[in-house]
Design a protein around this ligand. Structure first.
Ligand SMILES: Cc1ncc(COP(=O)(O)O)c(C=O)c1O
Length: 273
């Protein structure tokens, strides 16, 4: 008799890039949006120094990394979540917010992990087609929000269409979303948006406790192999909830020191962009 798995195992899509890693040879997985540049020497040195302490568990609260992020972005430490990549926070948000009968709204096509959230939790996914210029149709997304909606994701700039929304459009959207709905603004590529200051969205957090800005060290910092991402949240509750549904040591020791060191080299971020 075969093992009897949970119903959700049949629903959860297999991550599309996974098969590519088995290929031999010099193949670039363009869909993964990796940086072509290796981590900077100072980050590699910091990671090398951390290797001698790998017999110890990492700091489960990521306190030094959260204070470094707090200093940089002016967001209190208790409103900063860290993850094993930003995907970890995204999936934890699904687990913390969704359940059967609940709804999640996001644009499509967008980041391939979003459909996992509904599949893993039994919630209903509402995929709103991007408009004729491959942009999020924010009005159409708003019209899909109901009393059952728990989570809305806006990917800005959007993967895979690379279209970006203005801060004004996002601000108006977040204002119109009811307070009980969490809005995750996935800003994995915000540093590459040359049309406006990537950190302008942070000011929205003070006005919207239901807003979460999702960011990552995987892209512009070139650290996707270590897995570390973070969320800047409008209130403590989101951070508490995503921490509650995950294992205590979700961010490894090398990733924590690498991220702290990488943050110190913003000139390198600018150069790479
Ligand atoms: C839009 C978007 N969000 C989040 C991620 C996840 O990045 P990570 O889990 O490496 O932080 C990616 C990675 O490709 C992405 O494209």
């Amino acid at each position: 008799m075969p093992i009897e798995f949970a119903e959700r195992i049949r629903r959860i899509p297999v991550y599309p890039a996974a098969a590519g890693y088995a290929l031999d040879g010099d193949i670039a997985l363009l869909a993964s949006n990796e940086s072509p540049y290796p981590p900077i020497p100072a980050v590699m040195d910091a990671v090398t120094r951390a290797l001698g302490s790998l017999n110890r568990y990492p700091d489960p609260t990521c306190s030094a990394l959260r204070s470094a992020l707090s200093d940089r972005y002016g967001v209190p430490v208790q409103r900063i979540a860290i993850g094993n990549g930003s995907c970890d926070i995204l999936l934890a948000a699904g687990e913390a917010l969704l359940e059967p009968e609940a709804e999640i709204v996001y644009a499509w096509p967008s980041f391939s992990v979003y459909p996992h959230l509904a599949a893993a939790t039994g919630a209903r996914a509402i995929e709103v087609p991007v408009d004729g210029e491959h942009r999020h149709d924010l009005d159409a997304m708003l019209s899909e929000i109901t009393a059952a909606t728990r989570l809305v994701i806006v990917c800005n700039p959007n993967n895979p269409t690379s279209t970006a929304l203005s801060l004004e459009a996002i601000a108006a959207f977040v204002r119109a979303v009811p307070r009980h709905v969490a809005v995750v603004l996935d800003e994995a590529y915000c540093e590459f948006n040359l049309l406006q200051d990537p950190d302008e969205s942070i000011a929205l957090l003070d006005r919207h406790p239901n807003l979460v800005l999702l960011r990552t060290f995987s892209k512009v910092y070139g650290l996707c192999g270590l897995r570390v991402g973070f969320a800047l949240c409008g209130s403590d509750e989101f951070r508490t909830a995503v921490d509650q549904v995950r294992q205590p040591f979700y961010c490894n020791a090398a990733a924590q020191v690498a991220a702290i060191e990488a943050l110190r080299h913003q000139d390198e971020v600018t150069r790479r962009v």
